[in-house]
Ligand binder design. Structure first.
Ligand code: NI
Length: 177
């Protein structure tokens, strides 16, 4: 287990479309080690979630939640700790809602990003067991943000009104960057 370096925007490894986790990697110490490193790295940075490409691992793996109250998102509802491999996302309504997002790969900044409000997502856990959830609100936002990383998309590309993009400590003086 280790805290890994988080790649920052500008690193071309964040722009790759990651391949799926192969069947023979599920349930292995290699995949568990990756999950442990992601969890340590997310916790050290007070992240709400993190995707494998953010630590330079080119696989469709994201984790999120389970952090308890988060100083970077003090008003956000808690999300259970989730390991999501090879995710599939299905919006359940056309409705989107704008909300402020940050990213560990874009430190010190926040942007107002539209996301689908209601989603179903499915995928596999660390052992390869399939699961699915229907979620809304902040949970739906986090999943969309993290899964965008698997397609090489950082949230600034999703901002529609660039006047609503700025430094966290200027926009929200009370928040931790
Ligand atoms: Ni991110």
């Amino acid at each position: 287990m280790a805290v890994r370096e988080i790649l920052r925007m500008g690193d071309e490894r964040l722009l790759r479309v990651a391949p799926p986790v192969p069947d023979d990697l599920f349930g292995t110490d290699v995949l568990r080690g990756l999950i442990n490193d992601l969890r340590d790295t997310m916790a050290a940075a007070s992240g709400a979630g993190i995707a494998a490409p953010q630590i330079g691992v080119d696989l469709r793996v994201v984790i999120f939640g389970g952090t308890g109250p988060n100083p970077r998102y003090p008003d956000a509802p808690e999300i259970p700790f989730t390991v999501l491999c090879n995710p599939q996302l299905v919006p359940l309504a056309a409705e989107t809602e704008a909300g402020w997002e940050g990213c560990l790969s874009v430190p010190g900044l926040r942007g107002d990003v539209p996301r689908f409000t209601h989603m179903r997502y499915s995928g596999r856990d660390v052992d390869g067991m399939p699961f699915e959830r229907t979620v809304d609100g902040f949970h739906a936002r986090v999943v969309q943000h993290e899964c965008d990383h698997l397609d090489g998309i950082l949230y600034p590309r999703r901002i529609e009104d660039m006047t609503r993009f700025g430094f966290t400590d200027v926009l929200f003086p009370a928040l931790v960057a």
